[in-house]
Design a binder for this molecule. Sequence first.
Ligand code: SF4
Length: 389
Amino acid sequence: MTLYSHSRIESFFQCPLKFKFQYIEKIKVPFHQSIEAFMGSRVHETFEYLYKLVQHTKIPLQQELIDFYKKKWKQNWNNNIVIVKQGLTKENYFNLGIKCIKNYYQKNHPFNDGLTIGIEKRILIDLDGTGKYKVQGFIDRLVEKKPGFFEIHDYKTVSNLPDQIKAEEDRQLALYAIGLEQEFNEVNEVELIWHFVVFGKTAKSKRTKQQLTELKKETISRIKEIESCNKFNSNPSILCNWCKFQCICPEFKHQKETENLPANKYLNEAGVVLANKFIELKNKETEIKTELSLVKEAVIAFAKEKNYSVIKGSNGKLSITQTKSLKLPKKDSKEYEKLELLLQKINALNETSSLDQTKIKEFLKKKENKQIEKLLEENEMTTVRVGKK
Ligand code: SF4
């Protein structure tokens, strides 16, 4: 039995290949951490430190927290931390972390919103009551407001502020609410609270019993989908910029293997040569197609003016023919519905099998029907064919 976590499940739905590298093949790649994750961890550590002091009746000064954050930043910093966003520096993220701490401090001081009964509290969720589908998670801070009334607090250091709908749809904290109900005897109400500390704002949400039951079912079916998967496709997205598996992922492997080659070797590398040749030919193809359509128009105009249906060149000849075709009304249009009704009425749908242009045309050849003809536009097309001399 696999012990899942919210992020493990989400990772599959974000990119199945990344999930396979991470959780099935457990591939070890050189240490790689994004600066966003690094800064987030330092801010979380600072809040953990804050509430441990509060539990011991000490309310630290804002500056004490900032000093703690600075110390942790310095202790943990290493050169494998990656800054993906262009134009931002280590200092920008460092200062953003300080802003998060100040925002939170000023909004929540003196930190007496209830009894903190858990910090980074591990929670286990048994989804079907048999232990077959288990999810574990860590609650940033668990608060008991009064007996039976709990709050699950989560700190977010993301730089985008989601709307309320996102809070209502969030699965992670709702799963933790299920875990609480399983762990504590008396749980009357659970409130889910997200602190978007970059903005100094919070989002709150509650779930009904019915919603939690639905979530359990949905999570089981998501786990079943993961466990029955046998084709872990890549799903490239903006999140690839933060993926540590780029060096082995087929989407980026060639780029990674060639990006540091010296210019002369890079330009002669087999993949680079092939890609460049293909792109060159494709571009030529587009140019030729555009030119061909202009020459075709000129041929048609010339043939019409001179009343020619064949134009002879020294290497072959061009045959210019005009054909008429029927154009069906657009699907979902009133005309389309009318046509369908008319064909049904005269039992013609069997003969035409569906609203197939060619079959309807054949049908009309056999049986004239003015009403149907009225619904069909006639398209005139001129074709130019190349023939031998
Ligand atoms: S780089 Fe992108 S596509 Fe490749 S495994 Fe990572 S997330 Fe998936």
